[in-house]
Design a binder for this molecule. Structure first.
Ligand code: ATP
Ligand code: PRP
Length: 291
């Protein structure tokens, strides 16, 4: 049985939605309830905590399995096992980036242009210090507890912060100087728990369900019927994950075709399939895709 730790904050909503879609619904009385449960024989304890602290708790063995960002694994330099990237952030399926940014009008073009004594605010002081050292910049790193973008140019000269859509940077008149890290959300485990055969099998089951949901996102199943004479025309324009399934219908003159296709593009694909001779076209949502 596994103990699980899930992230509170930016990743919370997307994580709860992912577990729900993976048939691992996290049950809790309210979003202020940090002790939760999942009705699954492989999971006996669920806690919701800040992602900054999750890598350390996993390393210490306080939990077997958790979800956090690569940024916090790097910042805390934790020794944990990654079971893979889960491609979602707060708002999109793209990764976030830890970037160094300066005001639009600042004279610096590269990190090495930063003058000695430059003041940099960040929630990632360890990562920032390592990065500045690599670039030979002697700076004062000021710890931030949020709203980092709001501190330039009067409180500090530059920041190291997360960006996902770039909207916070734009709103605050900031320009990216360099990227320290591209960070995905990850499923991570305590090393000892991962070495336990039974626990590892349970972890891999959970990873498979979560990845299955992520893979299915943005895809739909298309099913259609087509006469033998039009089959080639339909198959010529039908995209698929590997190749479409074709089954001949009773009577032998007609075929059923099914294929997983990207949802994006279905608006032009369905009329094109119809024009190529397809009929009885169904578009069906997919909950999971497991390789
Ligand atoms: N758009 C985003 N902004 C911030 N963090 C994000 C975003 N998308 C994903 N994350 C991930 O969420 C984690 C940080 O979440 P958390 O809620 O603790 O930070 P925060 O948003 O800076 O905090 P706060 O709740 O104080 O605003 C990190 O691992 C980060 O990579
Ligand atoms: O590129 P964007 O899509 O704008 O997202 C990135 C912003 O979101 C987070 O801040 P949050 O709103 O959680 O507040 P915080 O700065 O107080 O942590 C992060 O720290 C960035 O400021």
């Amino acid at each position: 049985m596994l103990s699980l730790v899930l992230p509170k904050g930016s990743l919370e909503k997307a994580t709860m939605q992912l577990f729900d879609a993976a048939d691992l619904t996290v049950q809790r009385a309210s979003d202020r309830d940090y002790r939760a449960s999942i009705d699954d024989p492989r999971i006996d304890r669920v806690r919701v905590l800040r992602p900054q602290e999750i890598p350390t708790y996993l390393e210490q063995g306080l939990f077997d399995l958790g979800i956090t960002g690569r940024d916090w694994i790097t910042e805390t330099d934790s020794d944990v096992v990654s079971l893979g990237e889960l491609k979602y952030s707060k708002a999109t399926s793209n990764p976030v980036r830890v970037i160094m940014a300066v005001p639009d009008g600042a004279p610096w073009q590269r990190v090495s242009d930063l003058p000695e004594g430059v003041r940099i605010s960040t929630e990632f002081p360890a990562m920032t210090k390592r990065f500045l050292e690599q670039h030979g910049v002697k700076a004062t790193v000021v710890p931030s507890y949020g709203a980092t973008e709001a501190k330039v140019p009067d409180i500090v000269d530059a920041i190291v912060d997360l960006t996902e859509t770039g909207s916070s940077l734009r709103k605050n008149g900031l320009r990216i100087l360099d990227t320290l890290l591209t960070s995905y959300t990850e499923l991570v485990a305590n090393r000892e728990a991962y070495e336990d055969t039974e626990k590892r099998a349970a972890m891999e089951d959970i990873a498979l369900l979560l990845q299955g949901v992520i893979r299915a996102r943005g895809n739909v199943l298309l099913k259609l019927n087509v006469a033998q004479a039009d089959l080639k025309n339909v198959l010529d324009i039908m995209p698929s994950m590997s190749s479409p399934t074709v089954t001949s219908l009773a009577g032998g003159e007609s075929n059923a075709v099914e294929s997983v296709v990207a949802k994006r593009g279905v608006n032009t694909l369905i009329p094109a399939l119809k024009a190529a001779g397809a009929h009885d076209i169904l578009e069906i949502p997919i909950a999971k895709i497991v390789d």
